[in-house]
Ligand binder design. Structure first.
Ligand SMILES: Nc1ncnc2c1ncn2[C@@H]1O[C@H](COP(=O)(O)OP(=O)(O)OP(=O)(O)O)[C@@H](O)[C@H]1O
Ligand SMILES: [Mg+2]
Length: 352
């Protein structure tokens, strides 16, 4: 869970189901600069449904990546995802911070569908109204899930100092890079391999988050079924890299579009719910990240369906990096997939 300013920089480590990503950021003369950014693909049986199944495979990929990136820092900020994490915004009446600390436990019990002894819990004051009433962000994570992550990371010689949640790390990445005005409402969409995180933010406050089980894998599966391809061939067709598979553009696009429609539907549902619960506040912009956000047609379709300005989120908008060399190449190649890892690395600088 997010914690305040650390004296030593933390490595941002995003363990996704398709790849593990690493980002290190440090203070420069002006602002921040990236000192490492890398990604290692994971085979599909390493991380399944947000849980690390093959600790050894993950640990060895991470260890190799640290070695290749010449990273010596061993303290990480990482994130758990999926349904063993509960993020809820709740309202509390006016009270002192000490009183809040005492009463939050009882209040939280009503919002968390797990046994209290099974979860780590944390909270953050989002807003204090003129009346003194407070909006609180409550985060609870199942202890076994955290144990699962810390065990795998310790095998790679790392210690997890911060345990965050994908949507909140994404919000943190957006907040630092885009410095939104306090009442600016934006939707952040992180389209990964197995999960799409949807976050609606007002200024720097995550108002609403939702994880949907759709992403890049679904595009690949649809192509595989439609054209009777192997998983690898379907992935290549999806990325537009396949030659000679007999799947030309006119047959590929409708299949991709059928999955894009599912994503659009989930975004629509989320927006409807958001509008209904906030008296119709308008979402002004949408920012896309995650590997599958680059799928042919997705960005344009979202733009057409919602009429909002849709952009790719640039996780390095306000973070400097060298003009060339391996670090620059990794950032340019993997930029959309590094948003969560950047948000995690930025936890070291929560005082900025
Ligand atoms: N250029 C591209 N066009 C379309 N899809 C892409 C492209 N590059 C990567 N992808 C897809 O993006 C997905 C990986 O994205 P990402 O790294 O964000 O996922 P992840 O974090 O590993 O997954 P999750 O968070 O869902 O566990 C894969 O399905 C991959 O096929
Ligand atoms: Mg991911």
């Amino acid at each position: 869970m997010p914690r305040k300013a650390k004296s030593k920089p933390l490595l941002g480590l995003d363990v996704g189901s398709s790849a593990v990503k690493l980002v290190e950021v440090r203070r420069a003369k002006q602002g921040l600069e990236a000192s490492a950014a890398d990604l290692r693909a994971l085979s599909p049986d390493v991380v399944v449904d947000g849980a690390i199944v093959d600790n050894l495979a993950l640990a060895s990929s991470v260890a190799q990546m640290l070695k290749d990136s010449r990273v010596h820092n061993r303290s990480v900020a990482t994130a758990v995802s999926g349904n063993s994490v509960i993020v809820k915004q709740i309202s509390m009446p006016a009270m002192t911070e000490e009183e809040l600390a005492e009463t939050i436990e009882a209040e939280a019990a009503q919002h968390i569908p797990f046994e209290r002894s099974d979860v780590h819990m944390d909270y953050q004051i989002l807003d204090i109204k003129d009346s003194g009433a407070m909006d609180i962000l409550l985060v609870a994570v199942k202890k076994d899930k955290v144990g699962n992550y810390t065990n795998a990371l310790s095998m790679a010689g790392l210690s997890a100092v911060v345990m965050d949640h994908d949507p909140l790390a994404l919000e943190n990445c957006y907040e630092y890079n885009y410095e939104p005005a306090p009442d600016e409402i934006a939707a952040l969409l992180n389209v990964g391999a197995s999960v799409t995180n949807i976050v609606v933010t007002k200024g720097a406050v995550p108002l609403f988050t939702r994880d949907v089980s759709v992403g890049g894998n679904q595009y690949t599966d649809a192509l595989q079924k439609e054209f009777h391809l192997s998983a690898d061939a379907a992935e290549a067709v999806k990325l537009g890299r396949a030659n000679g598979d007999g799947v030309d553009e006119s047959r590929r696009l409708p299949v991709l579009q059928s999955v894009t429609k599912l994503i659009v539907l989930e975004v629509q549902k989320t927006f409807d719910f958001f509008r209904a619960s906030t008296n119709g506040q308008r979402i002004a912009r949408m920012y896309l990240s995650g590997g599958a956000a680059q799928t042919t047609g997705l960005k344009d379709t979202l733009q057409e369906e919602f009429g909002e300005v849709v952009d790719f989120l640039d996780p390095f908008r306000r973070i400097a990096y060298p003009d060339n060399g391996p670090l620059a190449e990794a950032i340019r190649r993997e930029r959309p997939r590094l948003a969560v890892a950047v948000g995690l690395a930025l936890r070291s600088f929560d005082d900025l």
